[in-house]
Design a protein around this ligand. Sequence first.
Ligand SMILES: [Mn+2]
Length: 311
Amino acid sequence: MTAMNTKPHYRTVWISDVHLGTRGCQAELLVDFLNEVTADTYYLVGDIIDGWRLKKSWYWPESHHAVITNIMEKAKNGTKVIFVPGNHDEFAREFVDMTFGHVDVRMNDIHTTADGKRLLVIHGDEFDGVVKYARWLAYLGDTAYNLAIMLNRYFNAARRKLGYGYWSLSAYLKNRVKNAVQFICNFETAVAHAAAKRKVDGVVCGHIHHAEKRMIGKVLYCNDGDWVESCTALVEHKNGELELLHWADMRNMAMSYIGASDTNASTPQALGLGRLMSLFRSASTQTTSANSAQKQASTPSAHSTPLGKTA
Ligand SMILES: [Mn+2]
């Protein structure tokens, strides 16, 4: 098949916050992404399966199952797949350093890019407590900061034993929407700070459902976003260059292009996949340059993406 050759291939792909088992999960778009994008290494950066939600009520449609089988298939066929569990799939943290059907489970990982950057890969939920009390911790310094990370862990372990759900940062913020920008900023700063202490060049995380790629101090902060609202992935090109892909936008752009230019085939079903993909690629190049232009002047306040409901 010639279409196979036109599929984009990356050195590394990072996705997180898929929340399989919830109605908000954009599983169909993700299956589409997994079908179209191949890589040497796939990182699953936590909250892939929403164990908390599934425990309450079982919701597991075909498309959610397809995400799992697709990833397992990749792993079986030689793609390196590394799963770093998050707070919603923390049941998998018991299996850290084990391998399941060719998928490696790690608490966190260090990834080295083709150009030698060392990136810490973490989900990011351990910073919830830090973010909540960020203003105080700024005064109290490092010991208090480490204590907050530790307390957050015990706090949630205790909640679990008592039968409560994970204390959700975004639920906490629901009534404090005007603080969302401040929260994102606090989270990003806390993660970058921790990465700097680990003496890495950058960090890749998820958790807050807010895709980002920018320098914070000397640390390259990357957040791969989510598959509930924004449908984003972080990818590493062959030369080590990192890029955020906005899959839903790439899809929409290709669709509207098709709608405007082709009267015979205005539905995606009527089009060959190869042609659709070449449209994606030209659309994605435009998105990327538009994004990087916007990023030049951007601070967290420039973004309007709302926080995910299930971070
Ligand atoms: Mn999370």
